[in-house]
Design a protein around this ligand. Structure first.
Ligand code: FMN
Length: 196
C-alpha cells in the first residue's frame, strides 16, 4: 500500500477482535508515531502503550465514572455530550474493547501539544492501515485530562507532573468477516478547497 492509498482508505474501526496484536506490529505503529513531525522538533510526545487487560479495564471504569458524574451543559461539544449520555445509559465501551490503547501525552505548557498529537495519531493510524490493523482516535482521555483520578493514575504509570493527555488511539484487528478494517472512504462533503 502506498502512502496516498493508506490515507485514502483509512477508516475508524469501532469493533475489534479479542486477538492481541503482536509486539512487533505495535512497535511499528508506535515508531510511525515517534517519527511524526513536531513543532520546533520538540519531540515531547510521551506514549503509553497499554495492552494490560487490567489497566484497560481500570481506565474504562475511570472514564465511565468521570462521565457519569458530569452534567450536559448548553454549548458543550456534541461528542462530549454523547459520551456523558453513553455513560448515563450504562455503556462503558469508550475504547471499543480494543486489545491495545496508545495514549499520547505532551507538555501542558507547550503551545503545539495538540497539533503534535494530531500528527502522531494520524501517522499511527496510517501505519495501522498499512499493517491491516484497525484503529480509532479516542478523545475521552483528552476531555478528562484534568480529572484528578485519571491524572494521578497516569502519573503512577509514568506521566510527568508537567504532562497531560492530548489524544489516544485504539488499535487491534477489526472484527469483520475477513478481519480487515473497513476501507471504503466516507464521501467528502466538507473540507472546502479553493485553488488560487
Ligand atoms: C480529533 C478527533 C477526535 C475523535 N474522537 C473520537 C472518539 O472519541 N471516538 C470515536 O469513536 N471516534 C473519534 N474520532 C473519529 C471520527 O469520528 C472519524 O474520524 C470520523 O467520523 C470520520 O470517519 P472515518 O475515520 O472512518 O473516516 C475522532 C477523530 C478525530 C480526528
Amino acid at each position: 500500500m502506498n502512502t496516498l492509498e493508506a490515507i485514502r482508505t483509512r477508516r475508524s474501526t469501532r469493533k475489534y477482535q479479542k486477538k492481541p496484536v503482536n509486539a512487533q506490529m505495535i512497535d511499528w505503529v508506535v515508531e510511525a508515531g515517534r517519527y511524526a513531525p513536531s513543532g520546533g522538533n520538540s519531540q515531547s510526545s510521551h506514549f503509553f502503550v497499554i495492552t494490560d487487560p487490567d489497566v484497560l479495564s481500570e481506565l474504562k471504569d475511570m472514564v465511565y465514572n468521570a462521565f457519569l458524574n458530569m452534567e450536559v451543559k448548553e454549548g458543550m461539544y456534541r461528542s462530549l455530550i454523547g459520551s456523558i449520555q453513553k455513560a448515563k445509559s450504562g455503556k462503558k465501551d469508550f475504547f471499543y474493547e480494543a486489545p491495545c490503547l496508545i495514549v499520547v501525552a505532551n507538555q501542558k505548557n507547550y503551545g503545539n501539544n495538540l497539533a503534535d498529537t494530531g500528527c502522531v495519531i494520524e501517522n499511527m493510524m496510517l501505519a495501522a492501515n498499512e499493517l491491516d490493523l484497525g484503529s480509532c482516535w479516542i478523545n475521552q482521555l483528552k476531555w478528562l485530562n484534568e480529572d484528578p483520578t485519571l491524572v494521578s493514575y497516569f502519573m503512577r504509570l509514568g506521566m510527568k507532573d508537567e504532562e497531560r493527555i492530548y489524544g489516544a488511539m485504539a488499535l487491534g484487528f477489526a472484527d469483520t468477516i475477513d478481519g480487515l478494517p473497513e476501507r471504503e472512504p466516507l464521501k467528502r462533503t466538507g473540507n472546502e478547497v479553493k485553488y488560487i
